[in-house]
Design a protein around this ligand. Structure first.
Ligand code: PLP
Length: 399
């Protein structure tokens, strides 16, 4: 069955995703190994605790951690990891959450790490019953502020690795870990989108959480890695608040398969192909009026580059956001990475393309740029108007 068939059958549009791994677009292209594992396990019974144990072994092998656990999402993994630092293995405390009376229940986090990834990260912490204690301000955090925020009620310190965090004047992970550990506070790292499966643990993080459905190309799931005792305490949350975040056998099997496939992937070949795509887009954009395009590295150091497309509306006769919206409104819809669109640029991410879709992206860019050049007036929707329209659209669901 072709992709067109499944889209038509479900009554949804076909999309070309050059925005990166996005929950709102269905995350990533699942790897065939993960799909096959899910298909094979779905009609079968399995002892779930044993399957979880096998997954722990695979996660341990890939991350260098002692143990691992698969849950519903990275977001759920952070909630459950926080819960585990409060309850330990006390099942009665686990069943009492989010009531944290009598438990350490404060979680320190740099203010610049309080990100929104579709929901507020701090809510994922509070969901466990914890209280969030911000360290520093939106723009900066220093060692003395972290030290001053830690009290005898501190259960954990959370650290976020993401393109969404404040990029300057933050406490580096190694220093963050040392300061927390000197006060016996465990560190939980949210590394949802990071390719590095070992580095954060080797810097001393106690628990690291990843998304299975981002770069790994697994099913929707979260991967928790850490010491045997800590990961067991996270696992035990399935008998409490983790129940509503549980994964089925298919997500565990699919995540295991995606991790194993990651181990044997030809990462260099993938980079080569990505580079070809980036150069194809650059060539297509080169010399176009009002457009400057360049290849830029991933801001958190993942081994991936993107094309940054800078749009000068006076010359191109269209703003970056109107161009993005026209691409998204076309057939097929081309969804660009618009996280900094108000600055007059967007990115093209090559990581989630099916064969030859890069050609369609190049063609759609050229079509829309030509169309804008021939328009009588500059296409420039006021930014605030666009933002309000997008927010209003949220509430028109389900009609
Ligand atoms: C994507 C993301 C999440 C959410 O991951 P899910 O697995 O979809 O819950 C959390 N934190 C960061 C930094 C992210 O980028």
């Amino acid at each position: 069955m072709s992709t067109d068939d499944i889209h038509a059958r479900l009554g949804v549009r076909r999309l070309i995703n050059v925005s990166g791994t996005m929950t709102v677009l269905g995350a990533s292209i699942a790897r065939s190994e993960a799909i096959e594992a899910m298909r094979a396990i779905l009609p079968e019974f399995v002892e779930m605790d044993v399957l979880h144990r096998r997954a722990s072994g695979v996660i341990a092998e890939l991350t260098g951690a002692e143990a691992g656990f698969v849950t519903a999402s990275c977001s759920a993994g952070v909630t459950l990891a926080v819960a585990a630092t409060m309850t330990g293995s006390d099942l009665s405390a686990i069943e009492r959450l989010p009531d944290t009376r009598g438990l350490k229940n404060e979680v320190v986090i740099q203010a610049g790490h309080l990100v929104h990834y579709g929901a507020p990260l701090d809510q994922g912490i509070r969901l466990a019953g914890a209280t969030v204690v911000p360290v520093g301000q939106a723009t900066s955090a220093s060692a003395h502020q972290l030290v001053g925020a830690i009290t005898e009620r501190t259960a954990a310190a959370v650290y976020v690795v993401s393109c969404h965090v404040a990029m300057h004047a933050q406490i580096p992970l190694k220093a963050f870990v040392e300061l927390a550990h000197a006060r016996s506070v465990p560190v939980i790292v949210d590394a949802a989108s990071e390719y590095d499966l070992k580095g954060f643990l080797s810097l001393g993080a106690d628990v690291v959480v990843y998304s299975a459905h981002k770069f790994l190309g697994g099913p929707t799931a979260g991967i928790v890695a850490g010491s045997r005792a800590r990961v067991r305490d996270v696992y035990l949350q399935n008998r409490g608040i983790g129940r509503g975040m549980k994964v089925g056998k298919e997500s565990i099997a699919g995540t295991m398969a995606a991790l194993k496939a990651w181990q044997t992937l030809d990462h260099e070949a993938i980079r080569c192909r990505d580079r070809e795509v980036l150069h194809l887009w650059l060539a297509k954009l080169q010399g176009r009026r009002g457009i400057v395009a360049a290849i830029v590295p991933d801001p958190t150091g993942n081994p991936l580059d993107r094309v940054k497309v800078m749009v000068n509306p006076a010359e191109a006769r269209i703003t970056a956001w109107d161009l993005a919206d026209r691409l998204a409104g076309g057939d097929p819809a081309v969804i660009v990475r618009d996280i900094e669109i108000e600055q007059g640029h967007f990115f093209l991410d090559p990581c989630n393309l099916h064969a030859d879709e890069e050609l369609v992206v190049a063609q759609r860019l050229a079509e829309e740029l030509d169309r804008a050049l021939s328009s009588a007036t500059i296409v420039a929707t006021p930014l605030h108007q666009r933002a309000l329209a997008r927010e209003a659209a949220t509430f028109s669901w389900p009609n």
